[in-house]
Design a protein around this ligand. Structure first.
Ligand code: ABT
Ligand code: MG
Length: 148
């Protein structure tokens, strides 16, 4: 079953949007299999955003992501990687469609509320970076088997 890594960024936590954001993936029908609330170390932030290391916004990005606690999650389901990116919306919330998390709740590209893995390879890498195997819970949501 496909898995993706999602993280509610410090702005989402500080604005009290945790339940609103988690709810969108829950009501969609995906399965939560990993969840933790943590402050992000500089080392983890730099590894997570390694592809952006040479970009001018990299230092600010690391500063922001380490500025307060984040909600790190792994979600499972058919097509969850691409679907979660759609639910999240465009990187710049000003361009994100209404109905998406960023389109409904954000206005600033540097404060775009939530991260979602962008491809199968990055999902695998990010899940391994943020979670130990034993922190992931495999379970069957038996009330709605037709979704899964
Ligand atoms: P993430 O889920 O955080 O990776 O965002 P997304 O994949 O939608 O967008 P990318 B391109 O990966 O941006 C990573 C973070 O860098 C910020 N950013 C990006 C800027 O501040 N300025 C820019 O010009 C670009 C391209 C937005 C993303 N996160 N934050 N916060
Ligand atoms: Mg990205």
């Amino acid at each position: 079953m496909e898995r993706t890594f999602l993280a509610i960024k410090p702005d989402g936590v500080q604005r009290g949007l945790v339940s609103e954001i988690i709810g969108r993936f829950e009501t969609k029908g995906f399965t939560l299999i990993g969840l933790k609330f943590q402050k992000v170390s500089r080392e983890l932030a730099e590894q997570h955003y390694d592809v952006h290391r040479e970009r001018p916004f990299f230092p600010g990005l690391v500063e922001f992501i380490t500025s307060g606690p984040v909600v790190a999650m792994v979600w499972e389901g058919d097509g969850v990687i691409a679907s979660a990116r759609k639910i999240i919306g465009a990187t710049n919330p000003l361009n994100a469609e209404p109905g998406t998390i960023r389109g409904d709740l954000g206005i600033n590209v540097g404060r775009n509320l939530i991260h979602g893995s962008d491809a199968p390879e990055t999902a695998q890498k990010e899940i391994a970076l943020w979670f130990k195997d034993e922190e992931l819970v495999t379970w069957q949501p038996h009330l709605t088997p037709w979704l899964h």
